[in-house]
Design a protein around this ligand. Sequence first.
Ligand code: SAM
Ligand code: SF4
Length: 356
Amino acid sequence: MARNTIFAPGDSLTTVVTPPRVLADAHGRVARDLRMSLTDRCNLRCSYCMPADGLAWLPTPEVLTDAEIVRLLGVAVGLLGVRKIRFTGGEPLLRRGLAGIIAGARALRTDEGLPPELSLTTNGIGLDRRISELAAAGLGRVNISLDSLDPARYAALARRDRLDEVLAGLAAADAAGLHPVKVNTVVMRGVNESDVVPLAEFSLQHGYRLRFIEQMPLGPRHGWDRASMVPAAEILAQLRTHFELTPAPGRGSAPAEEWLVAAGDCHPAGTVGVIASVTGPFCAACDRTRVTADGQLRTCLFSHTETDLRTPLRAGADDDELAELWVGAHQQKAAGHGIGRAGFRPPERTMSAIGG
Ligand code: SAM
Ligand code: SF4
């Protein structure tokens, strides 16, 4: 909490305690979890996320430099009450300066006097070669995306034949002690529904925390429709045919609805999560704020407006000015994403360009 010493009438010294700034919105939520996108580029082309030919990548001068990213992280953590940072993209492992950015973030202190919690959402390719460096820099955890254990299906879905590298990345994160290792799976009808049970079994066997994610309208244009999306209820029904599930206590703002899985013949007890972003939105408990790789602040994945932090940053704005912009944007944060409501329009940027 900031303390300003001023002279009050009568010249006695008085300490005025300035309330800390937080990213509060008009719906009673406070954002403490920052998704920082490090690049819009990727070495995969997952069909629910990107067109086969990729996208028109951001020109390099528009992408924040490592120093600019660390500066914005400092504003978020030092002035705005952010306590967790998740690096994402595009594929964040493509960012050469990743370890330096992590080290810069690790040196920050939250309003509780602690380093922020640092995690990475990644497709896992090349993680095995970089994990020691990233862990030493202060990375705490990873979420690795894995949509199939079948090499042909993985290659068809990601449009690249790289399953072995992803599995090597998972094993390396586990060996480096970045626990809990989380796995993200997007389920697509007619594509990888038959992977639900094998992926859950594999994750339980390895002690990974798997979370199935409902496909959201954030991929290539016309690539999503509600009727063909696999809803959380269907994923759970499939899991129940093989596993004994009981609800895990305490959901908080975490998007995954967690289930405890009883030990079975070929797996120990563990947990599995289902993120019902579409059929059971958790917007009312959302504590996220997002910055794209080109320095645009978004208060929601589905926002149609962005607040430009890069231009003032490069024009010499001080930390307080950047913090005020950030606070002002959150005051306007929408109550929910509105998927399914009449007139819903997906955002102009797709998932990889926003930062998932
Ligand atoms: N490249 C990294 C990865 O794949 O983990 C980080 C970026 S990716 C955009 C972040 C997460 O968003 C991944 O778990 C991915 O599966 C998920 N994702 C991408 N498009 C999605 C969509 N249309 N609906 C739901 N999740 C999606
Ligand atoms: Fe790349 Fe991640 Fe999108 Fe797949 S989901 S195309 S790995 S950004």
